[in-house]
Design a protein. Structure first.
Length: 231
């Protein structure tokens, strides 16, 4: 079954509207057809999503964290969480507050991904963070085409891979069907699409291509994807 996974970007304890990965411009959620609050717990209570993807933006920017809040959300629904894991200590902290820990290429190395998949089998998702068509990373071993990285990740015991197109986050720009079709054909893992999901046409196209799910937020708040599909 195709998974519509609700996204919560949390900054200073508030759900914020993320746009293009430009974190300094993020503001608390204000306009939504499905809720009238930026309080993450209240949003979860209203929407009752089956799964939630959470980005702890304070932790990602090294300005604090929202661990207590995230742990409370994990008690209510299944969570996958990105706290900007850089080492095994970070990973252990993330695993302590979430069902699935996300290792994003923005902060994690290939060596860490390999070690983590061995120590936390079935509890790791790898996010291939893409900006301007390139993998966003500091690790030379990850400075390859997204398609090549997908093939490399087939070697590791991870749950899903996330293709996160940062330039499209919060824009409703739509998807590149040919790109996702290629990715789906290369991966032995489940593939989740993130960034730019516009409406049900995109969801149906991703289903047809063979993806396992999509990360959705803007299209839910605008009413273009029914909140019922999150449950």
């Amino acid at each position: 079954m195709f998974r519509n996974i609700f996204v919560l970007d949390i900054l200073n304890g508030n759900a914020v509207h993320a746009v293009r990965g430009e974190r300094e411009k993020y503001r608390p959620l204000q306009s939504s057809s499905v809720c009238d609050t930026s309080n993450p717990i209240e949003i979860i209570s209203v929407l009752s999503p089956k799964e939630v993807y959470i980005a702890d933006l304070d932790r990602l920017q090294h300005t604090g964290d929202n661990f207590g809040l995230i742990k409370n959300i994990s008690a209510k629904t299944r969570t996958m969480v990105d706290i900007g894991v850089e080492n095994m200590n970070d990973l252990e902290k993330c695993a302590g507050i979430a069902d699935i820990a996300i290792l994003g290429t923005e902060t994690a190395s290939l060596e860490l991904i390999a070690n983590a998949s061995g120590q936390f089998p079935g509890r790791i998702n790898v996010s291939i963070d893409i900006k301007n068509g390139r993998v966003l990373t500091k690790d030379k071993n990850l400075m390859i085409e997204p398609q090549e990285l997908v093939k490399q990740l087939n070697e590791y015991d991870i749950e899903d891979i996330i293709i996160l197109e940062l330039n499209k986050v919060g824009t409703s720009a739509g998807i590149d069907e040919d790109f996702y079709k290629e990715i789906a054909g290369l991966s032995d893992h489940g593939v989740l699409a993130g960034g730019g999901i516009r409406d049900m046409n995109d969801i149906n196209a991703l289903k047809k291509i063979g993806l396992d799910g999509a990360l959705v937020a803007t299209a839910v708040h605008s009413g273009k994807i029914p909140a019922e599909l999150l449950r």
